[in-house]
Structures are given as structure tokens and as C-alpha cells.
Write a protein that binds this ligand. Structure first.
Ligand SMILES: NC(=O)C1=CN([C@@H]2O[C@H](COP(=O)(O)OP(=O)(O)OC[C@H]3O[C@@H](n4cnc5c(N)ncnc54)[C@H](O)[C@@H]3O)[C@@H](O)[C@H]2O)C=CC1
Ligand SMILES: Cc1cc2nc3c(=O)[nH]c(=O)nc-3n(C[C@H](O)[C@H](O)[C@H](O)COP(=O)(O)O)c2cc1C
Length: 163
């Protein structure tokens, strides 16, 4: 049996992109930071997002059934911490500029890429809900650098430039 802390210490060694997941609709506007995001299939274009059921934002996401995965750029470290818990929702959204695409979920205007999605399926595993999300619209900023969360810290990920 692997203990929780031992598991977390091991998972801290997996570098991952950092994303702010947003939603808006009858369940209200909400957003949180997530590293547990990955591509599932391109037909139909589907990502998954793992959301802790105890998070304050959980009800808004399951009610609205739409969300946007905003993948962060290197300049977004403090924004990631703001959406990483405990800060009031109004204060989280006031710290950046937002637009809308198809679903009405907030699109972070300078995100590396934004996947505007409808939630097609939800499966519960342990403490988390896995939200399967079909992308209905996309927006990219092709000149931005990336941001990776690795070893409990943020690291900029530089795009290769011509030499
Ligand atoms: N999947 C999740 O729910 C994640 C939650 N977090 C939360 O962010 C805060 C800071 O995290 P770290 O600095 O990375 O240190 P940490 O020691 O709390 O977590 C290390 C790694 O373990 C995994 N992890 C942490 N909490 C988890 C959870 N409840 N369920 C599944 N996997 C989990 C993640 O891969 C994380 O990067 C913590 O409160 C943590 O709970 C962070 C990453 C993923
Ligand atoms: C780098 C980082 C990655 C995170 N990844 C996830 C994640 O994948 N899934 C999740 O449920 N929470 C994740 N969290 C925690 C949520 O962002 C946090 O619980 C959320 O903002 C809700 O907090 P609240 O209950 O105070 O509103 C992460 C936090 C940080 C800082």
C-alpha cells in the first residue's frame, strides 16, 4: 500500500502544464488552477480535467456543464497561485483580462491556448470528479512561452527561437 504523502512526493516529479479552468452560467462564474489535465481523444476532440469534489468551485462546474481550459504562459505564475485556492472569486478574476468564445466560459486573453468546452461526461474516482470535456472552440497565442509545474515549483518553458 502506497501512503498518500509518498504518492504525492512521487507525483511531484511529474512535470505538467498549468491551467486555469473557468466556467460561467446558471451555476455562477468560477475558476481554479489545475495540473491534472490531459488529452483523451481527437475524435471528438476531448480533454479531461480532474476536480476535487471538496473544492468550493465544484458545484459551479457541475451545474454549468461548460468550461474553458486556459493553459498558462510563463508570465502567469502569480495568477496560477491566485486561482490555486482560498482567494475570493471576484478577486481571482479581477487580476486578468477575459473574453468569451462559444460557451460563455471566461477565456484568459493572453493564455498560451484556450480550449472552450462542453462537459460530456463526469466520472467519480476517490476524492475527485473526472470531467470529460469536448472542445467546441479554440484560441491560441503562438508567440508566448510556456509554464511547467515541476518539483512543487513553476518553471518557464522557452519556445525555440531561430539562431
Ligand atoms: N490533482 C489535484 O487535485 C492537485 C492538487 N494540487 C493541490 O495544490 C496544492 C499544492 O500542491 P503541490 O505544491 O504540488 O504539493 P503536494 O505535495 O500537495 O502535491 C504534489 C503532487 O501530488 C499530486 N496531488 C496533490 N494533491 C493531490 C490530490 N488531492 N489528488 C491527486 N493528486 C494530488 C499532484 O500531482 C501534485 O503536483 C495542494 O493543496 C494540492 O492538493 C496540486 C496539484 C494537483
Ligand atoms: C499548481 C496547482 C495545481 C493544481 N491542480 C489541481 C487539479 O488538477 N485539480 C484540483 O482539483 N485542484 C488542483 N489544485 C487546487 C485547486 O486549484 C484549488 O483547490 C481550487 O482553487 C479550489 O480552491 P477553493 O476550494 O479554495 O476555491 C491545484 C493547485 C495548484 C496551485
Amino acid at each position: 500500500m502506497v501512503e498518500k504523502q509518498e504518492y504525492r512526493d512521487a507525483m511531484a516529479r511529474l512535470g505538467s502544464a498549468v491551467n486555469i479552468i473557468t466556467t460561467d452560467g446558471p451555476g455562477g462564474r468560477a475558476g481554479f488552477t489545475a495540473s491534472a489535465v490531459c488529452s483523451v481523444t481527437d475524435t471528438p476532440p476531448t480533454l479531461l480535467v480532474c476536480l476535487n469534489r471538496s473544492a468550493s468551485v465544484h458545484a459551479a462546474f457541475t451545474h454549468n456543464q461548460v468550461l474553458c481550459v486556459n493553459t498558462l504562459a510563463d508570465c502567469h505564475e502569480s495568477l496560477s497561485n491566485l486561482f490555486g485556492g482560498k482567494t475570493p472569486m471576484k478577486q481571482r478574476f479581477e487580476a486578468a483580462e477575459w473574453a468569451r468564445l462559444a460557451t460563455g466560459s471566461p477565456i484568459l486573453t493572453d493564455a498560451l491556448v484556450s480550449f472552450d468546452c462542453k462537459v460530456t461526461q463526469i466520472t467519480s474516482v476517490g476524492t475527485h470528479d473526472i470531467l470529460f470535456c469536448e472542445a467546441v472552440a479554440l484560441r491560441r497565442n503562438d508567440d508566448s512561452h510556456g509554464l511547467v509545474y515541476f518539483d512543487r515549483r513553476y518553471h518557464p518553458l522557452m519556445r525555440q527561437t531561430a539562431c
